[in-house]
Design a protein around this ligand. Structure first.
Ligand code: UD1
Ligand code: MG
Length: 464
């Protein structure tokens, strides 16, 4: 074997199990942890650790699992019947692999590339044949126990098969193993299923290889890598830990948080230094936030770009929107996909926009709906303005408003419509015809006044 192939790293991720304890119709490994399916975390960690190939074992709900993992460039191997973790690894055909193999459970979403890299480095440095990653935890519960004799690793015993004494051991199997591919090819077929669950346990590899004088080592890691997800409560815990980790990293990079415990930022989100985040903020997807921006409480931002020195006031909801530098939005603004707000523009409370280009220094201060519109620079949109973009023919039509236009309050634009630069629209107008530049347009009923309209009050009745 050349040096290169002996160094090749393959990851086998186990994801065929049913996840009975999740009590959910979704395959366990597809449950989202901090916004992403948990199997994605395991695959990402594998790639970051330099895996040349990732083989995912699929079984329960495999059509769905394949849809999620195959676009990540991994190959799937079916395990039609879930006969245990050793059987699952055999389904990945280890006899066709060269070099080293990392085996990971698909339900450990807190694992990171650096962890896997570390384990592999130790495995290589110590010239191991097989290694298991362990952790010392307070409540070992259902985990397999690491049995040692005078400190020397002996075996892994599953909780269900353990004696009362063995159950007291608090060093546990994290479910991460590293092995030479040749070891897997040789020993996996020899594993038997004579245990409490009548399953083929991968954990039996440890004692078998030790008996055959292979070099087997326990790599002790942190409890973090032992955080597995077997039920909804553990899923919520994993999510909380991932949000906490992200918040800590952002603070290290100079993001200010008043209370990081209530800030939910998905892994994929980027935030510049000097930005301040108030409690109860949720930032998700491909969101990018600049520097020195302030995000007040109860903002929800999804797949949006927010520039520098932007003010997102409380309760603002952004989805697929782009806000340039020094924009102010909210409180309670809703900016929907394909909306772009240019520098120093202001979008006030109870303003909704969809597919709008809103020019520099323009303002829509209150209670407005703009949809399918282009608004120039330094425009004033009065309170209660509506673009009537949706017509009886069920089609959407555009509104175009030039630069420096003044739109009086309570105006409706019946699209399609265009308003030229510097035009003025009188308050309360329903605009149905294009308005040329610099024109005044007023389209409202004339005021009618009838004096002494209210009849004289009746004479008070005599008490007699
Ligand atoms: C397993 C280990 C245990 C360890 C724990 C860490 C064994 C026998 N036990 O227990 O020592 O402490 O992980 O979390 O390995 N899977 C398949 N096919 C199967 C069975 C399982 O793909 O036939 C997958 C599951 O989808 C899951 C993983 O393997 O991702 C582990 O299976 P699970 O049933 O959760 O094992 P544990 O009881 O947690
Ligand atoms: Mg498990």
């Amino acid at each position: 074997m050349s040096e290169k192939t002996s160094e090749k790293l393959t990851v086998i991720a186990l994801a065929a199990g049913k996840g009975t304890r999740m009590k959910s119709p979704l395959p366990k490994v597809l449950h989202p942890v901090a916004g992403r399916p948990m199997i994605e975390k395991v695959i990402q960690a594998s790639k970051q650790a330099g895996a040349a190939e990732v083989r995912v074992i699929v079984g329960h709900g495999q059509a769905l699992v394949r849809q999620v993992v195959e676009p990540m460039g991994v190959s799937c191997y079916a395990q039609e019947e879930q006969l245990g973790t050793a059987h699952a690894v055999r389904c990945a055909k280890p006899e066709t692999i060269e070099g080293n193999v990392v085996i990971m459970n698909g339900d450990h979403p807190l694992i990171e590339g650096v962890d896997v890299k570390d384990f592999v480095r130790i495995f290589r440095d110590e010239k191991c044949d097989l290694a298991v990653v362990t952790a010392v935890v307070k409540t070992p519960g259902e985990f397999g126990r690491i049995v040692r004799n005078r400190g020397e690793l002996m075996a892994i015993v599953e909780a269900k098969d353990a004696s009362a004494d063995t159950l007291k051991i608090n060093e546990i199997n994290t479910g991460i193993y590293i092995a030479k591919a040749s070891i897997l090819a040789e020993y996996l077929p020899q594993i038997k299923n004579n245990n409490a669950k009548k399953e083929f346990y991968i954990t039996d590899l440890i004692s078998m290889c030790i008996q055959d004088k292979c070099k087997v080592q326990a790599i002790r890691s942190t409890p973090k890598v032992a955080v597995g997800v077997n039920n909804q409560a553990e899923l919520a815990k994993a999510t909380r830990l991932l949000f906490k980790r992200k918040a800590m990293r952002l603070m290290e990079e100079g993001v200010l948080m008043i209370d990081p415990r209530t800030v939910y930022v998905e892994e994929s989100v980027e935030i510049g230094a000097g930005t301040v985040i108030y409690p109860n903020v949720f930032l998700r997807g491909k969101t990018k936030i600049g520097s020195f921006t302030v995000i007040e409480s109860n903002c929800f931002v999804s797949d949006s770009q927010v520039g520098d020195s932007v003010q997102l006031r409380g309760g603002t909801y952004l989805e697929g929107a782009k806000l340039h530098n020094r924009v102010t939005a909210g409180p309670y603004a809703r900016l929907r996909p394909e909306t772009e707000i240019f520098e120093e523009a202001h979008v006030g409370n109870f303003v909704e926009m969809k597919k709008v280009k809103f020019g520099k220094k323009s303002k829509a201060g209150h209670l407005t709906y703009l949809g399918d519109a282009e608004v120039g620079e330094e425009v004033n949109i009065g309170c209660g303005t509506i673009t009537c973009n949706y017509a009886a023919d069920k089609k959407k039509y555009k509104t175009k408003i030039g630069n420096r236009v003044f739109v009086g309050s309570d105006t409706q634009f019946i699209a399609p419509i265009e308003v030229g630069d510097d035009a003025v629209i009188g308050s309360g107008s329903t605009i149905t015809k294009n308005v040329p530049a610099k024109a005044l347009a007023v389209a409202r009923g004339k005021q009618f006044v009838k004096e002494n309209y209210v009849p004289k009050a009746a004479e008070p009745e005599s008490k007699e």
